[in-house]
Design a protein around this ligand. Structure first.
Ligand SMILES: Nc1nc2c(ncn2[C@@H]2O[C@H](COP(=O)(O)OP(=O)(O)OP(=O)(O)O)[C@@H](O)[C@H]2O)c(=O)[nH]1
Ligand SMILES: [Zn+2]
Length: 347
């Protein structure tokens, strides 16, 4: 149990207003801080509680709660989640192995810290993929180059990162040395929600512990033998920092499949701007006549854009197919029901 108020967790007057209709139904507000199989841990006024999804929740096909969500709870034993409040942002990817299921990594996130370690080779394609996901989320992306103390050539890496991170603030930090962390204060204001994202072993938990001033997350000791990290963070959790900011720590992602296409224009704004001068509106910037992009934008970055573009087109098609087959199923059922009814009515 803790004695925090919901305001400490970001329950703004706007959210309180949005909650009014639920309050009138006898429900109480809370914020999901942990997601487990079959239940959630939710912060409520002056404490924490365990909550489960209300039975009719699944039937009504409402969005499932995710860490960071504001929910309406029906008091009782157990507490039941009856609704999720409208989100100000949500970071989503496709469920592992499926392009048709959305997995919400964090909801109501103000700032997304993309954590990329620079002690080894810097991978600009990975940064571009993450940023395409983050620009779609509604959260402000910020790129953190971690393990700066162990970078071979930090200036060169920062320059490379800035090419991949258009309009994204870039900060080089070291959690072990404590350098560069002051720059993060501006994001860690009371009631602000931050999400830490990045590959396993990038240093998310080490950074979180440093910011928290204590061990709130288990960090990994990278295996000496092969230098590969094991996953140490197993569930998503929302932590409250001494600064008053809230941080969602996510397990490292082995595979990041994009969910929605909306972010690619922002992530590749430089290409978008140039593309306005391509001769043909549907220019793929691949040896097209009158292309204003090819040869101007770094070929590595352009190829990264092409790959993401292709993947998103493929996803959209799959989602369309899935929606169509769901629709077809629904109409088939409606026809069957109508036939049964006609039989009963004796027509
Ligand atoms: N040199 C150096 N090593 C660091 C730094 N930050 C983290 N590490 C090391 O990197 C390894 C991985 O760090 P974690 O914080 O566990 O990584 P993570 O991103 O939380 O990993 P998952 O929980 O698996 O997603 C650990 O051995 C840390 O000690 C840093 O700033 N400098
Ligand atoms: Zn073009």
């Amino acid at each position: 149990m803790n004695s925090n108020s919901l305001e400490d967790y970001g329950f703004t007057p706007d959210r309180a207003r949005a909650f009014k209709p639920h309050q009138e139904q006898g429900l109480i507000p809370g914020r999901v801080i942990e997601e487990h199989r079959g239940f959630y841990i939710v912060v409520i006024e002056h404490g924490e509680t365990r909550a489960e999804l209300a039975g009719r929740y699944r039937i009504e096909n409402k969005p499932f709660p995710a860490v960071g969500d504001w929910v309406a709870l029906r008091p009782g034993e157990p507490m039941l989640v009856e609704a999720v409040l409208e989100r100000s942002s949500r970071i989503s990817r496709s469920e592992a192995g499926r392009a048709t299921g959305e997995q919400v990594i964090g909801a109501n996130i103000d700032t997304a810290f993309l954590v990329i370690a620079v002690d080894k080779d810097f991978n600009p394609n990975a940064v571009e993929r993450y940023l395409t996901m983050l620009w779609e989320s509604g959260a402000q992306p910020v790129l953190l180059l971690t393990k700066a103390d162990a970078a071979a050539d930090l200036d060169e890496t920062i320059s490379a990162a800035e090419i991949s991170a258009v309009r994204v603030p870039v900060h080089a930090i070291s959690s072990t040395e404590g350098t560069g962390l002051d720059a993060l204060d501006a994001y860690l204001m009371p009631g602000q929600t931050i999400c830490l994202l990045g590959a396993s072993g990038a240093g998310k938990s080490t950074l979180l512990n440093k910011l928290a001033g204590r061990e709130v997350a288990a960090t990994q000791a990278v295996r000496e033998r092969d230098g590969k990290g094991r996953h140490t963070t197993t569930t998503r959790q929302l932590h409250r920092l001494p600064s008053g900011a809230l941080v969602v720590d996510t397990p490292g992602m082995r595979e990041l499949q994009l969910w929605d296409a909306g972010g690619i224009q922002d992530a590749f704004e430089d290409i978008e701007v140039l593309a306005a001068d391509c001769k043909f509106g549907n220019c793929t910037h691949t040896r097209n006549a009158g292309c204003a992009v090819e040869g101007v934008i770094d070929e590595r970055r352009l190829e990264s854009w092409r790959k993401l573009q292709k993947e998103l087109t493929r996803n959209a098609r799959r989602k369309d197919d899935a929606a169509q087959s769901a629709d077809a199923k629904k109409w088939r059922q409606i026809r069957i029901d109508a036939r049964k009814k006609r039989k009963l009515d004796g027509c």
